[in-house]
Design a protein around this ligand. Structure first.
Ligand code: RB5
Length: 149
């Protein structure tokens, strides 16, 4: 499994903790920045990670900003991206089963590191259920197509 990681300054420390956690589990990770706590724009890192996931260079992306909101909104502008903002394990589990989410977004100012790492583990280890959920996702793609002409 290959994971693309990205954050802004507010998510920098949690991103590093996630990277360490995944490496310890033997999971391949690439960090797309940011590289310090200097102020930067979450949209830049959302775009990098979302394009890598869209192009299927990575199985999943993980994005962190202060709230997780800005970075998930930005990532979801890339066609084919289903970025889910999750601050609890039930949502992480459900968004994989039902939405086939391909990016997990979290807010470093919202969740502690311990919960965030549990959310990561559950997100990465839960399979999409398909069936009726695929039909709904296909309709999301139709919305993208309607506005991407
Ligand atoms: C940065 O201060 C903050 O606005 C950003 O990390 C994020 O929370 C935006 O949604």
């Amino acid at each position: 499994m290959k994971i693309a990681l990205g954050s802004d300054h507010a998510g920098f420390q949690l991103k590093n903790a996630i990277q360490k956690h995944l490496i310890e589990k033997g999971i391949e990770v690439k960090d797309f920045g940011t590289e310090s706590e200097a102020s930067c724009d979450y949209s830049d890192f959302a775009l990098k990670v979302a394009e890598e996931v869209k192009d299927k260079n990575f199985d999943f992306g993980i994005l962190v900003c202060g709230t997780g909101i800005g970075i998930s909104i930005a990532a979801n502008k890339v066609p084919g991206i289903r970025a889910a903002l999750c601050h609890d394990t039930f949502s992480a589990h459900s968004t994989r089963q039902h939405n086939n989410a391909n990016i997990l977004a979290m807010g470093a100012r919202v969740v502690g590191e311990g919960l965030a790492l549990d959310i990561v583990d559950i997100f990465l280890n839960t399979e999409f259920e398909g069936e009726r959920h695929q039909r709904r996702i296909d309709k999301i793609s139709l919305i993208e197509q309607k506005y991407n002409k």
